[in-house]
Structures are given as C-alpha cells and as structure tokens.
Design a protein around this ligand. Structure first.
Ligand code: PGA
Length: 245
C-alpha cells in the first residue's frame, strides 16, 4: 500500500486527480469506479479542469458508481445521480450510455443488484476505483459487520451514516434508510484502488483501516489485503498514523 500524506486538501485533490488522469491517458477506455460524498469533489473539479485545459478525454471511459440511495428520484438534489452530473458528468465529454449508477428506484432491487454486478464483469472489471471512507470506516455503503465476500446488494444505513449524511438533506427524517451498494468483494476486485481521506473526523477510521486488525468491523481494513492501493490523506486525517523514528 502506498500512502501519500498531503499538506492540505488542495494538494490531495491535485495528486489524486493526477493519478486518475494518468490512468485514463494510459488506457482511454478505462473502467472507472466512482465515489460520491464531500471528499472527491475537489478531485472531480481538477479532472474537469484537466478536461477543459489539457483535453483529458472521457469519451471512451466507462463508469460505475459505488452506490445510490433507495427510493429517491434521480433528479433529487441529494441523489448520487444528481451529484455525479453536477460534479463531473455535465462538465466532461463522457458518453451518457457509458455511465452506470445503481438504480434505487428499480422495480426489483434484487434484479438491479445482480445486473449491476454482471455488467461490471461484462466490461472486464473496474480498472481504477476511487473510495472515500466513512467515520465508521465504511467503504461504499458497506457498514461495519458487512462480510468481506459481499457483492452488490441492498443495504441498510446505520444511524451514524444517516446522521453524517443528513447535512445534505433538510432533516434526518428525509435521509433514506436503504441504499444499493457495490459489495466489499466487488470493490476488492478492482485492479487498482485509490482511497481518499480528509479531515480530523476521519483520523480514527484511517488509523484503524490501515494499521488495525483486518476485520469486518472496520470495513476499510480489508484494503490491507489488496495488492494495489494508493492512499491520499491530508495531515488531519493522518494524525493518528504511527510516526517514523
Ligand atoms: P464524505 O463521505 O466524503 O462525505 O466524508 C465519505 C463516505 O461516507 O464514504
């Protein structure tokens, strides 16, 4: 695992975007695994700038998002469909038919999950997956206790995740109780993973994820078993890392 500790958010955004962009330049038809949340917004901004200023080409990439809420319309401002449009897709030359986000309004959510998993396989798997981390060390919406062999499924959100995400909604009662999320196994099958973490409220989760025991109680700890992970972390989120002598 490669760990890059950045001075501040801006440095993190630039370095993470550079890693992602290099991947797209090397393999223009890359299959990208994308995340939502506050953390990757700055990285997406950098990628949009690279598209506008340097011609970074998204025309052949295929994307799969990690997760989506169950039961809110795609044009709801808090849906991850809307988030992706606003932060990336509306600003780059991606083909709409190459965008995949779980459909939390599907008539059969189970079928939606099976099809999503199959579709990832059918394009050869995810080349590079970006991840944020929850304060409880969740990845995607895989909450503590999720088995490491889980694949894309309907998951129940914990009270702490609903509380953390309520900042985007008018009230906590509006935060959906369920989501569709890629599973831990799905995530671990990505050929490369980049994990981003910013801010002091992630320090504990990051310490446990990178240096603690590998356990489903700390979902992100599974990343210690992945052969190709790069972590971009700011100083605050790295505050509990062991210091070198
Ligand atoms: P955040 O969410 O980027 O909004 O902190 C990360 C996550 O919950 O995975």
């Amino acid at each position: 695992m490669k760990i890059i500790i950045c001075e501040d958010e801006r440095e993190l955004d630039i370095k993470a975007a550079e890693e992602f962009a290099n991947h797209i330049r090397r393999k223009p038809d890359s299959v990208l695994g994308l995340a939502t949340g506050s953390t990757p917004i700055g990285m997406y901004k950098q990628l949009v700038d690279m598209h506008k200023n340097e011609g970074l080409d998204f025309s052949r990439v295929i994307t799969f998002n990690l997760d989506e809420y169950v039961g809110i319309p795609h044009d709801h401002p808090c849906s991850y469909h809307a988030y992706m449009d606003e932060n990336l897709f509306n600003h780059v030359n991606i083909s709409r038919e190459n965008i995949n986000i779980p459909n939390g309004l599907a008539e059969s959510l189970e079928e939606e999950c099976t099809n999503y998993e199959e579709k990832i396989k059918s394009v050869g798997g995810i080349d590079i997956q970006v991840l944020g981390i929850g304060r409880n060390a969740h990845i995607g919406f895989n909450e503590p206790g999720t088995p490491f062999h889980s694949i894309t499924s309907v998951v129940e959100l914990t009270p702490s995740t609903r509380e953390a995400n309520s900042r985007f909604f008018d009230s906590i009662d509006e935060v959906p109780t369920h989501a569709i999320s890629m599973g831990i196994k799905t995530i671990m099958q990505a050929k490369k993973i980049i994990l981003l973490a910013k801010g002091a409220d992630k320090a504990d989760a990051m310490y446990k994820a990178l240096y603690g025991p590998i356990t489903p109680d700390v979902p992100a700890s599974v990343l210690q078993l992945h052969p190709n992970v790069t972590v971009f972390v700011d100083k605050e989120a790295a505050a509990k890392f062991p210091t070198k002598e």
